[in-house]
Design a protein around this ligand. Structure first.
Ligand code: PLP
Length: 465
């Protein structure tokens, strides 16, 4: 075991050391090499050391280098050193975080982190917190608590009786709602398509002046951090306008909520504490390893009522039972890395990480503008949208940069216009990473005209593995 663990750590260290030198998207030859995994399962056991060697040889070079400093796709953070190291130790611990009796240490780390996080975000003391797999499940959990609370106020027990015959709940979303929130609504029987969509402004923010009149049980879903522009809904204004006994406000703050931890940017989230539930990701801007998300609910009892399950063999103590606040029963102990990340950063370190990403986004935008390209969004946070002219040319530049390998950026369509998305979400990104990536993007754009197909450009720069 000792030798194997040293081998694993050495391979992991070598992988990390190599991240800065290798291309970001895996080279085609290594992707083709994955075919070697496709063997029938053999009869006899194989030495663990050989299994690890095979995994490293075939798997490591085929990874996307999203743990490095030049990955700007989607909204994907890296892993902070303390969080990654804690993850390695936690893997050895192999704790089941569902029950306090199965892992007192995991429960204690969740208790402490939950308090720290609520204080960092300005959420109510004592709110209920669920440590879930990501913002999709965090949205699901917050909305499940909303469904519970609103129907209970109507005298309906939704956990016991389901939605058949229940009073209807109106659900309001901004027109730029994230697809995962709609999915969560579908899972909860609230429907992906029976929502009322509220118009948004040029940055994708819900327009408070366009809110419909509200009557009856209503969930208002706000967003802190539009996945394209980074824009944050006018939380304070909407919360004040919709305030009523039968209204529940949920905020999807998958990455944007972290801006509340930066004194320089917290004003963007003014009014955040007025909502009833909040969803965020830890694997995005807190830079803990996948997977890790967080659901917060003002009244812990609402989350507990939606999620708790009891049976005689499940021992229950006086204190918070982790599984009563999440959809899962057994699960990995995500609180370990969250605790380690926060403990290593401190308040100032977390604010600095958020601010650095935002500053790097501004640096990117400035560089693109001065190269003559159009930045489509107000760069308020860590997201940049850039157009290279026609949709064809923009798509060609995106394909070229992905194939060239210096960095990785994805595409989107923003309010009818094709754009490249650049997301600055990693502690590991430096000024130099941004400058090198800018240069690669500008070079790719120079070689691109509307008449060229993306394939021509991809081939031109395809470097050897
Ligand atoms: C990423 C994201 C989600 C989904 O988060 P997962 O961690 O992938 O489940 C939801 N909402 C917004 C705004 C996001 O950016």
């Amino acid at each position: 075991m000792d030798e194997l663990m040293h081998d694993a750590c050495e391979r992991a260290s070598r992988y990390l050391a190599d991240l800065g030198r290798r291309r970001v998207s895996p080279a085609p030859a290594y992707l083709a090499g994955l075919a070697a995994l496709g063997l029938p399962l053999q009869d006899e056991p194989i030495e663990p050391a050989l299994v690890l060697e095979e995994l490293d040889r075939l798997g490591s070079p085929a990874t996307v280098a999203s743990a490095g400093g030049r990955y700007f796709g989607f909204v994907i953070g890296g892993s902070l050193p303390a969080a990654l190291a804690a993850n390695v130790l936690a893997a050895a611990w192999d704790q089941n975080a569902g029950m306090r009796v199965a892992s007192p240490v995991a429960a204690a780390l969740e208790d402490v982190s939950a308090g720290w996080l609520a204080s960092l975000f300005g959420l109510p003391v004592g709110c209920g917190v669920g440590f879930v797999s990501g913002a999709t499940m965090a949205n699901f959990s917050g909305l499940a608590a909303a469904r519970h609370a609103l129907l209970r106020r109507c005298g309906w027990d939704v956990e016991a009786r389901g939605l058949f015959g229940a009073p209807p709940i109106t659900v309001l979303v901004g027109d730029e709602v994230h697809v995962s929130l709609l999915k969560a609504l579908g899972l909860l029987g609230l429907g992906r398509e029976r929502v009322v969509r509220v118009p948004v402004d040029s940055q994708g923010r819900m327009r408070a002046d366009a809110l419909p009149a509200i009557a009856g049980p209503t969930i208002v879903c706000l967003q802190a951090g539009n996945v394209n522009t980074g824009a944050i809904d006018p939380l304070s204004e909407v919360c004040r306008r919709v305030q009523a006994e039968q209204v529940w406000v949920h905020v999807d703050g998958a990455f944007g909520l972290w801006a509340a931890a930066s004194p320089k940017r917290a004003a963007l989230l003014d009014g955040i504490g007025l909502a009833d539930s909040w969803a965020t990701d830890a694997h995005k801007w807190l830079n803990v390893p996948y997977d890790s998300g967080l659901a917060f609910v003002r009244q812990a009892s609402d989350l507990r009522a939606a999620m708790a399950a009891t049976a005689e063999y499940l021992v229950e103590g006086e204190r918070r039972e982790p599984a009563h606040f999440t959809p899962e029963l057994s699960r990995r102990a995500r609180g370990i890395e969250i605790w380690a990340a926060l403990r290593s950063l401190g308040r100032a370190g977390l604010a600095a990480m958020v601010d650095r990403c935002c500053d790097l986004a501004a640096r990117f935008a400035e560089g693109l503008r001065s190269a003559g390209f159009e930045v489509l969004n107000e760069v308020v946070l860590n997201q940049v949208l850039v157009s290279f002219g026609s949709a064809e040319r923009t798509r060609a530049v995106i394909s070229a940069i992905q194939a060239e390998g210096t960095c990785w950026c994805g595409g989107t369509v923003w309010q009818g216009k094709a754009a490249m998305r650049i997301s600055l979400s990693s502690w590991a990104t430096t000024d130099e990473d941004v400058d090198r990536s800018l240069q690669a993007i500008v070079d790719a754009a120079k070689l691109t005209s509307d008449s060229q197909s993306p394939a021509d450009l991809g081939n031109r720069n395809r470097s050897a593995p």
